[in-house]
Write a protein that binds this ligand. Sequence first.
Ligand code: DGJ
Length: 730
Amino acid sequence: MKNLFLVTAFACLSILQANANEQKIIRISTDNTDLILQVAENGRLYQSYLGEKLLHENDLKNLPWDIHAGSDGSVTRRGWEVYSGSGNEEYFEPAIALTHNDGNPSTYLYYVSSSTQAVEGGTQTTINLRDDKYPVDVTLYYVAYPKENVIKTWSEIKHQEKKPVILSKYASTMLYFNRTKYYLTEFSSDWAKEMQMSSQQLQPGKKILDTKLGSRAAMHIQPFFEIGLDQPVNEHQGEVIMGTIGWTGNFRFTFEVDNVGNLRIIPAINPYASAYELKPDEVFTTPEFIFTLSNEGTGSGSRNLHEWARNYQLKDGKGNRLTLLNNWENTGFNFNQEILADLMTEAKHLGVDMFLLDDGWFGNKYPRKDDHAGLGDWEVTHDKLPGGIKALTDAAKEAGVKFGIWIEPEMVNPKSELFEKHPDWAIHYPNREMYFYRNQLVLDLSNPKVQDYVYQVVDNILSENPEVAYFKWDCNSPITNIYSPYLKDKQGNLYIDHVRGVYNVMKRVKENYPNVPMMLCSGGGARCDYEALKYFTEFWCSDNTDPVERIFIQWGFSQFFPSKAMCAHVTSWNRNTSIKFRTDVASMCKLGFDIGLKELSQDELKYCQDAVANWKKFQSAIMEGTQYRLVSPYESNHMAVNYVSKDKKQAILFAYDIHPRYQEKLMAVKIQGLDPNAMYKVEEINLMPNTNASLRNNGKIFSGDYLMKVGLDVFGFGQTQSHVISIIAQ
Ligand code: DGJ
């Protein structure tokens, strides 16, 4: 009897398999990766493969299907549904949950059609799905970038029911893996502690990474992850998926290992307090989820993402970046016209391109003399800066540098004229005492009038002062007192519509001022996702500029971002370290200074001037080239990274001794990415005046092959020492 049951089940399975194989196959491929989707005989869409690219098209129809025989002999499909709906036969976490007008909470999505079209850098696949019982449509989008081996995917949800439906889950996508083990690396954060990497093996059940802070959303957890497939994440080898969501608000990554040890990954907006009321015909667009699958560890995955970001996502991804002198760490709020003019002259003397004026330049009734007042009143404080912004841009011109300015336009201090005039523009409860973060409130960007106001902050400055060459756009507070006076009975839409409002403003700024570079900042690095970075050329990694901490923070961010997106400034944090060490650490990214240059000795200043000149000389490697992380600070007492220009003619190696142990074994550092047959002159640069190079064989010529296989002895036993090596093809 038991045998008869098995034979029958097997026969049914075979029939199902045969039918399924005749169904439509959708192939989404880069040069290295295949994501294969297939319409099953039940008319629904399943993932049949995600992994290394398959060589033979013919094999696609033979990909295994996850079909289970029920214990009663029936055959059911419990495969990997691509956009699984809540309330269907699926036992695990769904992509979409929606309550229809009649109160029914189920969604079954059936394949309708699909198409492909060429888009910048790749191919976009569009797949239309529809519920068979309710007028609900979901469109899935995938853009595959073949050369960069990156896939970007998002979805759209809409309906034609009579009244709004309530959306309570809205994933960007779902991806599945069938491996022996999964190791997650996450990036936890806090103020001055951004991008701390930690890893763990995923166990059955769910691991969730999410935030509900609204505006300074990534303060405690960053929207990035890496998963080592079968083995822990490794820099140089092994399969790894590296993913990130482009959403400048509450996000949620769900990693669920099911009963048979398969993993599903669900990147989404966090549905926390966000039961979203979606009107008929309104389109709910989910954020883009961006991922790369590397077979050679995270090093290669990062290079994919760096290349992709510069080519297609980052604002002015291929353009130059400005070196700068900022005044925040130096003067804080205490400055006037003369002090600033003086700093501009210093900036010129240092050799940087721009002076950046930070917080504290605005507010009259409530002058911004500390962080308790003035936010929202974007008029120059007359008694502090009587000549206005005009006098500042004039002074910058005279000094021979550009002028940039800090704003925090999404926020308001209750002590401000803006709040006095428009209390209903701030997010806060009508009937409770307010609580604050940094003495401020978040403006309600779900309100179009507020969007206009925020846009005008930038527009007014630029139309009155076209010489302003740069913005640092800050965002210091999470959303507190989460209630929108504007949305009234649709509070479930607030977290989401607020972020969409922020994008409306950023879009307008970019459309009208496409050539103004902008730094994204959020009380350090709490906002640096790839959607916001469509509108920003770079971001501030952290207020922590202690070079030792920065080595770790920058190592973390470099997993996902090219160095031209990452701002690093030389400051007075950790005065126990030399100015050389601080500058050499900042030189790995977009270099800037935020330090009183008068406190430097002659030699230190000369060293800084040379370092700026060297950084500019090596821009084509550091900013535009390929990055190789060589020695991890997480695994040793040192760190090393090298950059190689696209033509392989120029490379630069940064090596740091953090806190080496007494007589510990020092290994040579093997450079990567050189032309093995080219000859390279190797020279230590960024030396303090009157000091000799510590590099053995300084000035000698080696083949690329030698440098990559034998390497250079650059590490030493000193505490917080650094070595910068120029590698130039002869
Ligand atoms: C937080 C930023 O991270 C700092 O760099 C500085 O701009 C302050 N805000 C100013 O309030």
